[in-house]
Every structure is written in structure tokens, then in C-alpha cells.
Design a protein. Sequence first.
Length: 274
Amino acid sequence: MQVLKKKKINLKDLSPLRRKISGLNTVCTHARCPNISECFSKGHLTFMIAGSICTRNCLFCSVKTGDPDPLNSSEPLRVAKAAKRLKLKHAVLTSPTRDDIADGGAGHFTDTVRHLKNLNSRITVEVLIPDFKLDPGALKKVSLSGSEIVSHNMETVSRLYAIRPQASYERSISVLKKLREFNPALKTKSGFMLGLGETRQEVLRLMRDIFDTGCRMISIGQYLRPSKECVEVVKYVDENEFAEYKEEALNMGFRVVMSGAYVRSSYKSQEYLF
Ligand code: SF4
């Protein structure tokens, strides 16, 4: 089986940016993103708010699982200040799943968007949210937060949802649908990985289900096993196949499609704005 080469990470290049975000988490480091050198060198990063510990344990994910600390109420403003120091024109926020909090952390997302926009009225924001257990109050909050894009990743096809033991395919599709019910003008986005054992038919079904929610932006990337505790890669998908899925998605009516081995949901996030 062909193995995808890991991208080289030059830690020296990352130090100046890491100093500017000191005390804050990024998903770039926690998820061991292969694009970290490229993105950090351009000042692109994804803030991981609401702690770095997840209450779930998806079998492909390197984010730590356990009992998270309570939310830090100073974090939204600190994120906004860091974004200002970095002169970010576009900020991406995500969080681990926080099933231990009543609103799943939705209020923390909206507070952070508010502070970002207060400190820089021209900044655009994408929030990449967990499923909030489909709580309508939480989904309404983020859909009306003022964030230009709200994303929720499907991650994989329906048949393989056993690798997301506390999630459900139908629930995640409903999240994408509900966001636009609360705010029909909202741009929603989703993403999924290839290489976990999915078939072409299943991928097409997944894309159709996402499209039918009103979502018009997707990212498609290769699953890369982040640690030995995670499920193995079943297949390294070649670039032609990524290109074919991109074409299928565009033909279906998606407006923006990023598809390629190293594509991750927040990769080149600002290019999704249309
Ligand atoms: S819910 Fe998200 S952060 Fe938590 S384990 Fe699953 S993929 Fe990772």
C-alpha cells in the first residue's frame, strides 16, 4: 500500500507565532495537522476554545479525551486580542465536544465571535462546531452569532459511524439543516475524510445528504492516523480520485470544494468566502 509522506514541520518557523498566542490552544497542534508549517508561516491558525479535552472519543482523533476543566471566561477576549496582535483578517474557531456543559459551549463560541468583531469590525470568522447534541438553543445561538461561516464536519460516511461512538450520522446531518433553518442566509460548511474504508457510492450519498441541507461548501481530505491508538488507514486515495470527487461535488451544485490528501477542514478557510 502506498503511504503518504508526512510533511516536514520546522518548529523554528513556528516560534514567533506561538509566542503571540501563548496560553491559547490551536487545533493545528492538538490535531497534529500536516499543514501546520505552511499555515503558521502565513499567520493562519485555528483557535481551539473551551479547553483541549474532549468528552467524546472518536477513534480517528488525537484530541485528548477525559474530564475537561470548567470554561475560562477570559478566553473569548484573549482570543480576540491574539487575533488582533496577529493582524488576522479571518479567524477560525473550533472546540472539543463539551457534553459536560449545558449549552455545549455555544455561548462561549458566540462570546468569542463578539469580542473578535468588537476589536476588529472587518474580521471574518468561521466557527467549526460540535453537534451540541442537536440542542436547538445552542444551534440558534451560533447560527445568529455573526460568524460568516458555521461548519460542522460529517467526518465519514454513514456506515462507518461506529468510529464516532457518541455521535450519529443523522444527528450531524440535522445539525447542518437546523443551522440554516435558524438563519437561512448563513453559509454552512462540512468536511469528511477518505481512506477509512468507504465506498464511492457511500461518498456520493454523503455528499448528496450534505448538499440537501443547504450546505454549499465542503472539504475532503485523506485520513492520516495521528497515533497508534487510532484506527488504521484503510487506503491512501490518489490525487485523481480526489479530483473526481471534487468534480462530482461541483456538478452536484457545491460552490466551494477543497479536495486533496492534505486538505483539512480549516485549510485555506478564508478561500471559502464567496
Ligand atoms: S468529538 Fe471532535 S474533538 Fe472530540 S474526539 Fe471526536 S473528532 Fe475529536
